[in-house]
Design a binder for this molecule. Structure first.
Ligand code: SF4
Ligand code: SF4
Length: 145
């Protein structure tokens, strides 16, 4: 059976920064994310975690997320955009092609209400979208027991 994005989906980021700010949220990091960002900032792994991350208690497990500023901006959001854009977390780089957003058209349309880049600009093929999904799924966030 086909899925709602068999013919691809349009998305081009409009740079509105809503997904990097506005509401409280989490940017969960995988080991690869942490190492890549630490390398990008020429920092040791632990120093990167101590400076830019927080441990989030999710009940049965704890995870590592980027810090937010008091106004809920991501710690790396600047006037010029994302300070770590070339080596940003996979969670950020794969948005909006996340599993729960791609579950069905209703979920996609609901998300599009908050992201003006969805249904606009570049057409991403189903193959391309499925590869992005795989990238996200293979970058499991760090879980601390
Ligand atoms: S909400 Fe959408 S358009 Fe705005 S910055 Fe995020 S990805 Fe880009
Ligand atoms: S790391 Fe960059 S892209 Fe990700 S939320 Fe922070 S500012 Fe936005």
């Amino acid at each position: 059976m086909g899925c709602f994005y068999d013919k691809g989906l349009k998305f081009s980021c409009q740079g509105c920064r809503v997904c990097c700010s506005v509401d409280p949220g989490f940017v969960f990091l995988s080991e690869d994310d942490i190492q890549r960002m630490a390398d990008g900032l020429s920092m040791e792994r632990q120093a990167f975690i101590d400076t830019y991350c927080r441990i989030v208690d999710m009940g049965q497990m704890k995870m590592i997320s980027l810090l937010e500023k008091e106004n809920y901006d991501c710690i790396f959001l600047t006037d010029k955009g994302c300070k770590v854009y070339p080596y940003r977390p996979v969670q950020c780089a794969t948005y909006p092609f996340w599993a729960h957003i791609l579950e069905n058209k209703d979920a996609w349309d609901e998300e599009a209400k908050t992201c003006p880049g969805m249904n606009k600009g570049q057409l991403h093929s189903k193959d391309e979208i499925d590869k992005i999904l795989e990238t996200r799924l293979s970058n499991t966030p760090v879980v601390l027991i």
